[in-house]
Ligand binder design. Structure first.
Ligand SMILES: Nc1ncnc2c1ncn2[C@@H]1O[C@H](COP(=O)(O)OP(=O)(O)OP(=O)(O)O)[C@@H](O)[C@H]1O
Ligand SMILES: [Mg+2]
Length: 500
């Protein structure tokens, strides 16, 4: 058994020779991984590489076919979530496990109630409030979790693991739904965990974060461990190479945009949560970037235009024609589509196949000539799957069995195939690996080239800067800054507007 050179103690975690197969897929192939006390190990790899599968073995969600796991030198059999908790392992899964009807504090203590009645509830609520305070993020305590934003739900998951006094905390893409500022809070939390000698496994597709927070990286490719190295010995280029097995020179595809006249003109757009109406327009062939902190109103803006939220006032015109959009159906018919940020709730049906999901927004068009269209659709579906590098055995596979990033790509493909005039992307590359991000950017460029008007909402500032012709920065339901010259703009400039 390997012992830490410094302390002579066995490592906090040793996974040895882990194999796991699903029907038709060898998800893990002899993977070994160790984590020292107080060490942050970043687990990296392309979409479908096996990261989530590996940590499901730690959370007791699935069992390995072969291999063993030791915690602090003791072999453990993690055959249930309760067994994981007992072994001192807290896992925050990529798709949350919160009960939507319960409040944050109720979710945190669910199944571990500390007593009975009013006193217990008050104690738990108080303890939860304290833990939330430590995270520095504002989460309403008494609102059902289902009504919280993705970011707030993420924080609830983290607090839940913290409340269980875990020795090892495993986070599967915790930052995917967080903005820059919230990621900074998360990193403060992780540094604090390190000081308390807690080990962390951190999964993320954001390279910057890996360099900021991890001590060591471990890279998976096609279910095998490619290698592990101290983060300080690697640079970005080398890391990407380890992940994708080839060299990627540029992260944003080269393009020149030809901007035409304004297509989408928005005047006095008013949401119940906005203090004022919003005015902006999107030109032909333009990518309008929209950014801000969580709660800035970016998603509400998108949902208003798409008819998913109730419009309190204002007007939207497309190519000079006033639109009267009262539902997403109206929006789709008018040529507007929205790629949502929350694939599980709004984007996909997990129990349906990739191909069925792909065809979903087109059901009305499918009502006649179903067979012919069905076949056409399969061809289109396969071609998008190839283009976006969706890792699947075949297009009849259930979406629920795809890895998180590959699910996101199905949502993208589904909307991209529609011939919409206005395309709104809400966090288009969340959870998507570096290689596939490039492909998504190339597709967005292609839409712009076709003369569409594009709104791209994103929290990833490099992406906002790299892709937008113009940037709107929002704060608490207002537009606090408009950046015209995106080539000269900086992340700091955006952050200043965002925090106003
Ligand atoms: N329940 C399942 N049934 C069948 N196949 C599965 C199941 N869960 C995962 N897989 C397959 O196992 C492989 C690894 O998936 P996994 O979710 O571990 O990837 P990942 O590295 O976490 O990717 P991502 O970055 O997209 O989250 C994928 O090919 C996936 O389709
Ligand atoms: Mg995953």
């Amino acid at each position: 058994m390997a012992r830490s050179a410094l302390t002579g103690k066995p490592p906090l975690l040793e996974m040895h020779g882990i194999d796991k197969s699903y029907p038709g897929v060898r998800a893990l192939d002899g993977v070994s991984l160790s984590v020292q006390h107080g060490e942050v190990v970043a687990l990296l790899g392309e979409n479908g590489a096996g990261k989530s599968t590996l940590i499901k073995m730690l959370g007791g969600a699935h069992q390995p076919d072969r291999g063993n796991i030791r915690v602090a030198g003791e072999e453990v059999n993690i055959d249930s979530p309760a067994a994981a908790r007992l072994a001192g392992i807290g896992v925050i899964f990529q798709e949350f496990n919160l009960v939507p009807e319960l409040a944050p504090w109720e979710n945190i203590f669910l199944g571990r109630e500390t007593g009975f009645g009013f006193v217990r509830r008050e104690t738990e609520r108080w303890r939860a409030a304290q833990l939330f305070q430590q995270t520095g993020v504002d989460v309403p305590m008494d609102v059902p979790c289902g009504q919280l934003s993705v970011a707030q739900q993420q924080i609830v998951e983290i607090v839940k693991a913290l409340s269980q006094n875990a020795r090892l905390i495993v986070m599967d893409e915790p930052s995917a739904a967080l903005t820059t500022q919230e990621v900074a809070c998360l990193f403060d939390i992780i540094r604090d965990l390190k000081r308390r000698n807690i080990g962390v496994i951190y999964i993320s597709h954001r390279m910057d974060e890996i360099f900021q927070i991890s001590d060591r990286v471990a890279v998976l490719r096609d279910g095998q461990l490619v290698g592990t190295a101290p983060t300080g010995e690697l640079d970005r280029k080398r890391l990407i190479e380890m992940m994708v097995g080839r060299n990627i020179e540029e992260e944003f595809p080269e393009t020149t945009r030809q901007l035409g006249p304004a297509r989408l003109v928005v005047r006095g757009l008013k949401h119940a949560k906005f203090p004022v109406g919003l005015d902006f327009e999107v030109r032909r062939g333009e990518v309008l970037g929209v950014t801000g902190l969580i709660g800035a109103g970016r998603t509400e803006l998108a949902r208003l235009i798409f008819g998913a939220d109730h419009l309190v006032g204002g007007s939207v015109t497309l190519d000079g024609t006033p639109l009267d959009i009262r539902s997403p159906r109206d929006a789709i018919l008018a040529g507007i589509c929205l790629l949502t940020e929350d694939r599980k709730q709004q984007g996909l049906i997990m129990g349906a196949s990739i191909c069925e999901n792909f065809g979903l927004p087109n059901l009305s068009e499918l009502s006649y000539g179903g067979f012919v269209r069905g076949r056409q659709e399969r061809v289109a579906c396969d071609s998008y799957a190839k283009r976006l590098n969706i890792k699947m055995s075949h297009s009849q596979q259930l979406v629920g069995n795809l890895s998180g990033g590959n699910q996101q790509k199905v949502v993208l493909a589904k909307w991209l195939q529609r011939n919409a005039e206005v395309v709104i992307f809400d966090e288009p590359t969340r959870g998507v690996d570096v290689g596939s991000k490039y492909e998504i950017y190339a597709l967005i460029n292609e839409l712009a080239k076709q003369g569409k008007a594009i709104i791209m909402i994103s929290s990833e500032l490099p992406e906002i800067l790299g892709m937008s012709d113009r940037i709107l920065v929002m704060h608490e339901g207002r537009i606090t800054g408009t950046i015209q010259d995106t080539a000269a703009a900086t992340q700091e400039q955006i952050m200043e507007f965002a925090a106003q």
